[in-house]
Unconditional design. Sequence first.
Length: 330
Amino acid sequence: MTTNQPSAGPATTEPESDPEAVVRVDRLTVAYGSFTAVRDVSFRIPPGEVFGLVGPNGAGKTSIVEAVGGLRPARSGTIAVCGHDPRRDRGTVTRLVGMQLQESQFPSRARVGELCDLYEAIYRAPGSSAALLETFGLADRRRSQVADLSGGLRQRLALALAQIGDVRLVVLDELTTGLDPHQRRETWRSVLDLAARGVAVLLTSHAMDEVEALCGRVGVLRAGEIVALDAPARLTEAHAGPSTFTVDLPAPGGDRTAGIEERLDGLGLTRLPGGPGRLELAGTFPADYDRIVRLVADAGLPPSAVGRRTPTFEDAYLRLVGETTETPEA
């Protein structure tokens, strides 16, 4: 059985012109001396979309995020945030972009209200934090020190601070690193609420379930190039490979189950290495799964003898990035 393989070159599926996009990145290249960290990357983010960037460490995610935020110069290509160049129009773009970077740290003894006052002064938006603190369940925490907040509350605070002012784009770099499952889900809801209000979101993450849950589209980076760009479900369908099915074989002997292995081979599915007493096959779900279950039932075995695993977005991601030696993030 053949499966789709990742393309060798960069993906170039984005439109040349989209005046409604909050972010337009065209043929971006970022280099550090002789090392090219990002090569010929293009994408768009419209209002209200959560757009993901994924890839191994060193693939260029942080370089792209910093370039979009105006923190990193580009060697070539163009970036526009609401029509403004992040480097040339730094003052304007700063008031349009909220950034939560993975290494962001708040002073532990600072109070929530003090941080809000500081951000309001920087972004020239007096009083704007009140509604945001209410939205993120922090209205009663203005006098709390950062050190007294749980990990989930700190992340909610980061999201709130990232939106102070007339923010049109929020950049989230590894937002839920170190959070427990409940805190992650709370933070996910906050991100989706943000997008529902029409704010564009640029998200990087190593958690493929997070990307699958939040992102409308995702760009997969490999060695500084986008090798695939689409909705997570479509990337899974195109690149994740086939479903796999296991059949727990009966002990030798008995008339009803005699020859079941040969009959399963007769289905024409790809046979994979399996453990003792177990047959593993690759095929499609649900068609091939139903065929296997019917054959097993006809042989007198219970349907529970058949197991299945359907491919996930993480499978697609791993096939797209291939075997990559991880290096410090560029």
